[in-house]
Design a protein around this ligand. Sequence first.
Ligand code: ZN
Ligand code: ZN
Length: 258
Amino acid sequence: MTDYFSVDIPVFMPDYDKEKLYGWSRYKDNLWDILKDTTSGYCMYCYDTVWINGQRRGQIEHGIEKVNSPEYLTDCVPNLGLACENCNGKYKRRAEEKRKLSKELLREFESVSCKKYACRIPCERYIKLRIEYVRRGKIILQPFESKAHENGNILKLRYDLLNGKYIPGDCGCSYSREELGIIEGHIRLFGLNSAERRNREVGKYCKNVIDYHSLMQDMSYDNLVVDLFRDKLKDLPIDDAVKVCKIIYSRALLQRAT
Ligand SMILES: [Zn+2]
Ligand SMILES: [Zn+2]
């Protein structure tokens, strides 16, 4: 049975064009375009729109901050993601110092040379480094999947529409205590469930569905969660979809009041 009261946040997997080069110090526009297509124009960390009125509001950001290894991480393409100014400039900065990787850890990674602008898939050494970073920083890096161990589960998030908050997602089995700690740490780091970042778009969308008795297919909203939710509702007769929205909207009103 489909659960209409939660949505799974996807892992962002860019499908790079083999004919093109990408990077941070060069070819940034190419990268911007492909990452924007990958997320449909949303921030990889808070899922708010970074594409407003045909304007770029997002930034290319380094998953593992480039200060760890400027020469190797600055233009390693799979290390580059798309984030809004808040996520990149404010939230992700927090505890950046604590995540910093040691010289010993970096040595092995730096002994291979990254293809830089033509680097397309996370290489084995980068993955190792990334696992360390994810564990240390309790952060789910984007794009591509993040894990706490080589054979660990993919760390995923889910949005609970009834309670209006992000919770650990579905990995197909159950997360270990350590994995849950990372997911919860990630939610805290980005303030995803904080009052200031509360997702207001879902409530707005539900009210529109109720008022217009329509899934509002031609409208765009400022958060990916609405798109994911709308996709689920498509399977329902419109009367049932409206019922689901009424339940979520009344809960959202309650939460706003408290
Ligand atoms: Zn963001
Ligand atoms: Zn690389």
